[in-house]
Ligand binder design. Sequence first.
Ligand SMILES: Cc1cc2nc3c(=O)[nH]c(=O)nc-3n(C[C@H](O)[C@H](O)[C@H](O)COP(=O)(O)OP(=O)(O)OC[C@H]3O[C@@H](n4cnc5c(N)ncnc54)[C@H](O)[C@@H]3O)c2cc1C
Length: 408
Amino acid sequence: MKTDFDIIIIGGGLLGCATAYQLAKRQAGHILLLDGNEIASQASSRAACLLTRARTKPALMEMVQETYDCIGEIEELLGESLELQQCGSITIASSEASLKGVEALEEAATRFGIPNERISREQTGQLLPWIDTDAIDVALYMPTDAFIDSALLCSGYAKAAAKLGVTLRPNCKVKSIVAENGQVCGVELINGERLQAPIAVNAAGAWANLLMRPLHVGLPFTPVRSHFWITDIDRKRFPAGHPFTVIADARAFTRSDVGALIIGLRESHCQAFDPSTQTDKLEDFDFNRSAEWTVLDECAPLLKRYLHDIDDLPIAHYMAGPSCYVPDAMFIVGPVKAYNGLFAVAGCCGGGVAAGGGMGRLAAEMICGHAPFVPPTLFAPERFGEIDPFSTEFQRRCADARSNKKGG
Ligand SMILES: Cc1cc2nc3c(=O)[nH]c(=O)nc-3n(C[C@H](O)[C@H](O)[C@H](O)COP(=O)(O)OP(=O)(O)OC[C@H]3O[C@@H](n4cnc5c(N)ncnc54)[C@H](O)[C@@H]3O)c2cc1C
């Protein structure tokens, strides 16, 4: 088996696979992608899957647009559908503060050419048969927003990358990134095997800082619990394919799921995890499941004015997973200055499905020395100076970025 490559990517989730695809598209050389588990099996198979286009930061809109572009390209390359569901989205405001947020979003969307219109309570009620429309002051409808099965998207990037020549090795855990005299030389696997490459891309998701620790580098993020609930099926009330919603005043989002409703709620104090406590597989990790009902107790009353019977709604499933939050809620993409050839694509801030294509593109452009399509300083790994991601103080700063999240 070949042991020397031009680029080794560690992590076969959305960020690693999107980076592999973008590098392969640019004919960046012999590329190897390694994952300690199956590809697309970790955080990237636990998402609520919203592809929210409108953002108040233009660079983020560019990144999400890139994901939509990748979906089209990959479908063409593979000759198969990635099953994008163009359901539209409705952002709801019921207070002065959230109205300001909607206005900012409306302005950004219009500037970027994203179709949007304010709709009446009656129209909102027709599109969302479950909502109590009296609670709504303003509803902003964006008909081109969509959702997609995140595992299918991730496998799509991986399959497209493989078709363009990338070698994929799942179930192959990296023990360490090897560097000599400040230059990356490759990686060592847990079975002792050495693989060589002058460039290593750390896209190991919630585990990325465990690989950085021996190199004395800290990436500025911490894993934070993200979660949602799925109701029992009620096809009349929750018709398949109805628009997803973002309800800032309830710190909530909803999405249709084959006749059920996905309800995402953000508690006021999010739970951060020390990266060193993580298990190799998410299925073995305790996301503090016992707190599930406490979170519902705190958050459900905020949603009650929009969904009056939430207290009695039968809940069929609960899903929790790590999102990697950064204090400024922006991603981490770029070279790690301490080592020549070391790059990071991490800190997804709960947006790796929507923005993964763009994060991969920015990483590939920087690795290939091409002009970046968004300002790279916004995403520079060192922008917070020296930080310790294993300190509780830094983990709290990251969790605060998630606790304040109201958007989609
Ligand atoms: C509940 C929930 C809801 C979400 N909803 C949305 C949403 O609606 N929209 C959105 O855009 N985003 C959403 N997200 C975020 C999205 O899921 C993430 O941004 C995305 O999955 C991150 O991808 P990743 O590649 O960084 O991580 P992962 O998918 O976890 O991939 C990292 C990979 O690295 C591998 N790895 C780790 N260490 C090693 C090692 N030493 N050697 C080899 N491999 C290694 C792991 O096995 C893993 O497969 C949500 C997340 C959660 C948890």
